[in-house]
Design a protein around this ligand. Structure first.
Ligand code: SIN
Length: 502
């Protein structure tokens, strides 16, 4: 079965649905979804500066967290367009938590100099963002289809002309004048992650196959506090940073404060700093977790603000109100991704990317907490505006297909990436990872893993969430970003790795 639409959006998270909503009035849009993305699982909220807060302070905090690697123009777009996007989203029906006087309730998270995180359902912001966006998209008449995108079609001139989707037991070709990748991060390329299992980096592999470039793939963010359940595989429950925003502190196995004296913002330092200190404490103590102590926070505040975290704790028999809870860092967010301009264009005609799968440079080397839902709203709208203004009148005829192959040994690939490209990396481990991956085919997980390993190998310094024990300092001479394309054998190769000049 073949069909045609104006625009196909692959992914139904905040970025994909925002793009679809922005296009609905002028274009026929089809949203494809391979399963639950990360959006419904987001807890903390949406960071947005308004009232007594200044978008320029938000930009400054974003840049500090990003370790000097953010794109300043795109960060300005994020913080300056953000307040209007959030206001429109509320007008569309999103229900954020409010104080008694009716104003939006705002909290603090790591790396923020001002309480600017708006939230919903206490700690269930992602679920509300998902609900409200889905309702708005449905009301706007956008069609959604369940299915896994396994390939892209291209014209003789190299333009992307559509997608190949597996749905209902068959492969369907859908022609489109533009394809927007909004497939999220790479969580399932690791053994454990805060992401659901459908989030596995297919969009990254598809973009590479189509001829696009990746950038900043070494910057994989670990959330400092996933709930330590004893499980080391699959999706781990998050303990939102907002718990520390309300006053909780991290303690090591002997009860000592982990962040005391480690950073001026202590437990609310940017999350790469906190994750590293936790990892060091765990190594020191020979432990697989540390403790989060929220007992200084009034029980009614904890109950009202963190029902999701309380329920997750209860499911493993611990009580956030009266005892310390076990936590450990877990893979959470890809700061790099498909290289795009501010309107989501990948450089491959007809192919766009938005949200976590895309690298606009707004996260630099380490994303500021709660900037990702905002990114989805802002850049989803930007790609929609670009495609409203400029879309070819008709599809070019399809000449060939680029198709994902199956991964040979997914669990082995995950184990390699987890072992060698976690919070702490070094050259010997990265070389071993490259060697072990070499026999594991060209499937999407293998491609994602090789891209992370290649970028992490190239960057011989530590910056943001890329921490190399053999190059433990940030080197100001590393000003360039590491980009990746596929070579003639279908293997990721790095470019522009600006070696520190001797
Ligand atoms: C959290 O609530 O701590 C996660 C928010 C985020 O990843 O931005």
């Amino acid at each position: 079965m073949n069909r045609a639409v104006d625009v196909v959006v692959i992914g139904a998270g905040a970025a994909g649905l925002s793009a679809a909503l922005g296009l609905a009035a002028t274009r026929e849009v089809l949203v494809l979804s391979a399963g639950d993305g990360s959006t419904p699982w987001a807890q903390g909220g949406v960071s947005v500066a308004f009232g007594d807060d200044d978008p320029l302070d938000h930009a400054h905090d974003t840049d500090i967290a990003g370790a000097g690697f953010c794109d300043p123009r795109n960060v300005r777009a994020l913080v300056e367009e953000g307040p209007q996007r959030v206001a429109e989203f509320i007008a569309h029906g999103a229900l954020f938590d409010r104080r008694e006087d009716g104003s939006l309730s705002r909290t603090l998270e790591g790396g923020h100099s001002h309480p600017r995180i708006v939230h919903a359902g206490g700690d269930a912001t992602g679920a509300e963002v998902d609900r409200a966006l889905r309702a708005a998209v449905r009301a706007a008449g956008v069609e959604t289809m369940a299915g896994r995108t396994i390939g892209l079609t291209k014209s003789a001139s190299g333009r992307v002309t559509g997608v190949l989707v597996q749905a209902g037991g068959e492969t369907i070709r859908i022609d489109a004048r533009a394809v927007v990748l909004a497939t999220g991060g790479i969580g399932n390329a690791y053994l454990a992650s805060t992401n659901p299992s459908a989030v596995r980096g297919d969009g990254i592999a598809l973009a590479l196959l189509a001829g696009a470039s990746l950038v900043d793939m070494e910057f994989v963010q670990f959330h400092p506090t996933a709930l330590f359940t004893g499980e080391t595989r699959g999706q781990l429950p998050l303990v939102t940073e907002a718990v520390r925003g309300e006053g909780a502190v991290l303690r090591d196995a002997r009860g000592r404060l982990i962040m005391a004296g480690r950073h001026p913002r202590a437990d609310l330092a940017p999350r790469d700093v906190v994750a590293r200190e936790i990892e060091a404490a765990m190594r020191r103590d020979g432990s697989d977790h540390v403790w989060l102590d929220a007992r200084s926070i009034a029980p009614d505040v904890l109950r009202r603000r963190f029902p999701t975290v309380l329920a997750a704790c209860a499911s493993i028999g611990v009580d956030l109100l009266s005892e310390q809870i076990p936590v450990a860092p877990a893979e959470h967010f890809l700061c790099g991704g498909i290289q795009v301009d501010r309107d989501g264009a990948t450089g491959v005609p007809g192919l766009y990317a938005v949200g976590e799968v895309a690298a606009t440079g707004v996260h630099g080397a380490n994303r500021l907490a709660s900037n990702s839902l905002l990114e989805g709203l802002v850049f989803g709208r930007r790609v929609a505006t670009a495609l409203t203004l400029d879309l070819p009148a008709s599809t070019e005829s399809t000449s060939y297909e680029v198709v994902l192959t199956e991964d040979r040994e997914p669990e082995r690939i995950r184990a390699i990436l987890t072992k060698y490209a976690g919070i702490r990396r070094d050259g010997a481990g990265l070389a071993a990872a490259a060697e072990e991956l070499s026999a594991l085919g060209n499937g999407p997980l293998a491609t994602v893993a090789r891209s992370v390993i290649a970028a992490a190998t190239a960057r011989q310094e530590s910056r943001g969430c890329h921490w190399r024990s053999d190059y433990p300092h940030t080197d100001a001479r590393w000003t360039e970003h590491v980009t990746i394309t596929l070579d003639e054998n279908g293997l990721p190769k790095t470019h522009d790795a600006a070696r520190a000049s001797a």
